[in-house]
Design a protein around this ligand. Structure first.
Ligand SMILES: *[C@@H]1O[C@H](CO)[C@@H](O)[C@H](O)[C@H]1NC(C)=O
Ligand SMILES: *[C@@H]1O[C@H](CO)[C@@H](O)[C@H](O)[C@H]1NC(C)=O
Ligand SMILES: *[C@@H]1O[C@H](CO)[C@@H](O)[C@H](O)[C@H]1NC(C)=O
Ligand SMILES: *[C@@H]1O[C@H](CO)[C@@H](O)[C@H](O)[C@H]1NC(C)=O
Ligand SMILES: *[C@@H]1O[C@H](CO)[C@@H](O)[C@H](O)[C@H]1NC(C)=O
Ligand SMILES: *[C@@H]1O[C@H](CO)[C@@H](O)[C@H](O)[C@H]1NC(C)=O
Ligand SMILES: *[C@@H]1O[C@H](CO)[C@@H](O)[C@H](O)[C@H]1NC(C)=O
Ligand SMILES: *[C@@H]1O[C@H](CO)[C@@H](O)[C@H](O)[C@H]1NC(C)=O
Ligand SMILES: *[C@@H]1O[C@H](CO)[C@@H](O)[C@H](O)[C@H]1NC(C)=O
Length: 738
């Protein structure tokens, strides 16, 4: 057939693809640091990236291509340990996306130091970008969608300079593509090494010829022996058989070996690793070539036959290779190949446990700070204040943050080996730590803790316990001696009294006791009053006053006047601060209440009303670690149980609201229902319906307890995805219910 037919066929194909895919379904093209939307020469629309990232500075990079001067926008991130992430919502109907990023330096900052940094997708470090080697730099990844958000992050490398990015493109790929032959390699991300349109020598091909906007590079590194363009193009390619849907424009060209026996592509790879290779064949010639396929000299397919007018593909995986030779060895007619793709398989490490992640999120929330804790805590690089081993969080350092109490949420951080909570304003008893069986080092120094509590004896792996500079009172419990690995116990500057238990009197354990009332192993020495006085912490450094001329009366007068003025100003400021704080708290509380009024039948009580209802908290009907429960009577005569939280067990405002929200959703005949709550400064009070004659447990396990609906509704509430972000609170509800 002649050339005209061929082109007619070509256009038929193209118009088919164009009609079905020109809408750019699901394409997202971000111009990083860009300010305006625009359409490029392929009619793809680009948008600024501001909706998907909140950090970084923007710039415009001017450089000249071979032909023209270009202005390219870019976003850069001045050195910082935190990862810098684009968070892009992914359509739940797509299963695989292509992620393409381009990086450009071109000395935009005038420093002449091209940066080196890494790019990660989710938990996987996907690539290391070194702009000193190539500028611009482009990366393509195929990511199997396993979350509703794609986190594409740039991670600085020490001394690597500031990460910079100029574009990010997301393209959905056909369902089921790039999975053939990958069964032995679960949880992999594919990083493109090569995507070659064999036999095509003139520029690369992408959208709209490839409706999925893959970029197919020209067969440039080789001088083709015979380029098969313009051969008769069969209109009846059986496209459907290939999930990757290589476009006809790619398949209609091929490299055909006419006079030799073997056709070889020698491809350098930039790192030793496991690779995924796809070879595409199309019967564009009216013959049936047969050949053997060898990878790095090893036969992987013998007597492979391309059938006329059919498309086919070979899917191959190679482990631990550092370069790649693809060889086609002729059996009959000429070996031929139409396209191929080579990807490095990048490991996607597993996420940190969701319980741990949500516990950390609750803790972050309770600090009221933005610690930048997003996505996975450990990978690709650990969050600030956290250290990991693999996907396990083994160290947490929240020192110098205003925590006030160790909330039960800490009990979910099961893998912790090191916990540093020094100077976090902790008060009361040491609590909620008894589940942390792996804990080796615990630093609770410089707080206002008053009681050692019973939790510590369960921390069987504890090696270092630092309790210095608290207000610990009473005696040191004997049970600490059972901690066999403990080798440092610092009790300095507390109000502890002796004698020390003999169980602690062992060679392997160093105990520091100075600055207590009387703390030794001897029972007698305490009678003699010569122990060192307690040292208050934190210690105040006194700056010695400078000598001044006492004869200078004017200076003294000025000093007095100035001092008085200063005192007055300070007073005004502190009154102002107090007022503002009050206003803030009042508005914060009422906002929270307004928010709560919207959800349920729960009523908002004032603290006054609660006092009246309980006759000033007269009758206690229950006690727990959270506080006490009092009997009360509402103005309408209804009996209620009023649960008052101890200060130290109080939740952050948001957590409390969550709890009220959760409780107000549980309504059932066999269950106490929430009547209302009181949330005023310092008070977190829940008001329940009172069921006389028996505990809640009786009602749950009583005669008519076999109500699966109730059970299921509780389970649903507790494990509903919305709630799972807050499972510490869920657990508490569970304990209260049962
Ligand atoms: C570009 O695409 C838009 C909509 O997707 C279409 O309306 C417009 O005609 C296209 N322009 C060109 C030059 O193809
Ligand atoms: C690039 O930006 C410079 C300065 O803003 C401007 O003068 C120039 O025309 C721009 N070039 C292009 C190709 O847009
Ligand atoms: C998700 O896919 C549907 C159907 O393809 C489309 O209508 C919708 O706009 C997509 N949503 C996003 C956020 O891309
Ligand atoms: C995608 O989300 C919609 C609504 O959010 C839901 O109806 C649909 O079932 C989801 N599809 C898949 C494949 O998860
Ligand atoms: C290569 O492409 C350019 C423009 O796209 C065209 O002018 C030229 O003729 C092409 N060369 C070949 C050999 O096809
Ligand atoms: C690939 O082929 C080249 C040239 O034929 C040869 O030097 C090289 O050793 C081969 N590499 C492998 C991994 O087989
Ligand atoms: C290769 O396969 C074809 C058909 O699939 C067959 O006719 C031919 O005999 C085979 N050749 C060899 C050498 O096995
Ligand atoms: C070509 O056709 C033969 C016979 O139908 C079949 O056995 C063979 O698998 C086909 N070759 C390819 C590469 O699909
Ligand atoms: C605990 O923290 C304090 C305050 O930073 C520090 O002085 C002390 O050395 C720490 N204890 C241990 C055992 O590291």
């Amino acid at each position: 057939m002649d050339f005209r037919d061929a082109w007619a066929g070509f256009f038929l194909f193209c118009s088919f693809w164009l009609v079905t895919f020109c809408e750019q379904d699901g394409f997202l093209s971000l111009s990083c640091g860009g300010r305006t939307s625009f359409r490029d020469t392929s009619n793809i629309s680009w948008v600024p990236d501001t909706s998907y990232i909140t950090t970084g500075k923007t710039t415009t990079i001017t450089y000249s291509d071979d032909s023209s001067a270009l202005n390219i926008s870019a976003r850069f991130f001045l050195n910082s340990r935190r990862r810098k992430c684009y968070r892009i919502p992914v359509n739940n109907s797509t299963t695989l996306v292509l992620v393409r990023a381009t990086f450009l330096y071109k000395n935009y900052d005038g420093l002449g130091k091209p940066p080196k940094f890494s790019a990660s997708i989710g938990t996987a470090i996907a690539a290391t970008i070194n702009l000193a080697e190539s500028d611009p730099w482009s990366e393509e990844f195929l990511w199997t969608v396993n979350k509703d958000t794609l986190s594409f992050c740039l991670n600085a490398i020490p001394k690597g300079g500031s990460p910079v990015i100029s574009s990010l493109e997301i393209r959905p790929l056909p369902q089921g593509a790039y999975t053939n032959g990958m069964a032995d390699f679960p949880n992999k991300l594919l990083r493109k090494s090569y995507r070659i349109d064999c036999g095509h020598s003139n520029g690369s091909i992408r959208y709209p010829l490839d409706p999925f906007d893959r970029i197919w590079d020209a067969d440039r590194s080789f001088t083709p022996f015979h380029v098969a363009t313009g051969f008769k193009i069969q209109l009846s390619f059986k496209q459907s058989s290939l999930e990757e849907k290589p476009p006809p424009a790619i398949l209609q060209t091929g490299r055909v070996l006419a006079r030799r026996n073997t056709l070889t592509y020698s491809l350098p790879l930039d790192a030793l690793g496991d690779y995924y290779i796809i070879l595409y064949f199309a019967g564009i010639l009216p013959v049936f070539p047969s050949f053997d396929v060898l990878i790095n000299g090893e036969l992987v397919k013998s007597n492979y036959t391309i059938n006329s007018s059919e498309t086919s593909a070979l899917y191959l995986t190679q482990k631990g290779i550092g370069s790649l030779n693809i060889t086609l060895k002729s059996i009959s007619f000429c070996p031929q190949i139409n396209a191929f793709e080579v990807y490095k398989m990048v490991d996607v490490p597993s996420d940190a446990s969701s319980t741990t992640v949500s516990a950390l999120q609750v803790i972050q929330q309770s600090t009221g700070l933005d610690l930048g804790w997003q996505d996975d805590p450990c990978l690709p690089s650990p969050w600030e204040k956290i250290e990991c081993e693999g996907s396990l969080i083994t160290s947490l350092d929240l020192s110098d943050i205003n925590l006030r109490s160790i909330s039960p949420t800490f009990g979910d951080l099961l893998d912790l080996k090191t916990l540093d909570l020094h100077n976090t304003l902790l008060t009361g008893e040491i609590q909620n730590l008894d589940g942390l069986q792996h804990l080796e080092k615990l630093n609770l120094s410089f707080n206002q803790l008053t009681s050692i509590g019973a939790d510590l004896q369960n921390l069987i792996n504890l090696q270092i316990l630092d309790l210095q500079n608290n207000n610990l009172m009473g005696v040191v419990p004997d049970s600490l001696g059972e901690l066999e690995d403990l080798h440092l116990l610092n009790l300095e500057n507390n109000k502890l009294q002796g004698p020390l238990p003999q169980s602690l009197n062992k060679e392997t354990l160093e105990i520091r006791t100075s600055g207590n009332l009387c703390l030794t192993f001897s029972t007698t020495s305490c009678d003699d009053a010569s122990f060192s006085p307690p040292i208050e912490a934190p210690q105040v450094t006194v700056v010695p006053q400078k000598k001044h001329n006492v004869h200078n009366h004017l200076a003294i007068i000025l000093g007095i006047v100035g001092g008085a003025t200063l005192a007055f100003i300070l007073m005004c400021i502190s009154v102002l601060i107090y007022k503002t704080k009050q206003q803030y708290e009042a508005s914060h509380t009422s906002r929270a209440e307004m928010h709560m009024r919207n959800w349920g039948a729960a009523k908002v009580f004032s603290y006054k009303e609660i006092k009246v209802a309980t006759r000033n908290f007269k009758e206690v009907i229950g006690r727990g670690s959270f506080g006490s429960v009092y009997l009360g009577k509402l103005p309408d005569g209804k009996l209620v149980a009023v649960k008052v939280r101890f200060d130290k067990s109080q939740l952050g405002a948001d957590s409390f609201i969550n709890e009220v929200n959760l409780l107000s959703k549980i309504r059932h005949q066999n269950l106490v229902s929430l009547e209302g709550f009181c949330h005023e400064r310092k008070h977190q009070i829940l008001v329940y319906e009172y069921l006389p004659g028996g505990s809640l447990a009786d009602h749950l396990y009583g005669t008519n307890w076999l109500d699966t609906n109730l059970f299921m509704s509780i389970i649903n509430l507790l494990y509903h995805p919305i709630m799972s972000s807050n499972n510490a609170i869920n657990m508490r509800v569970l304990f209260f219910l049962v």
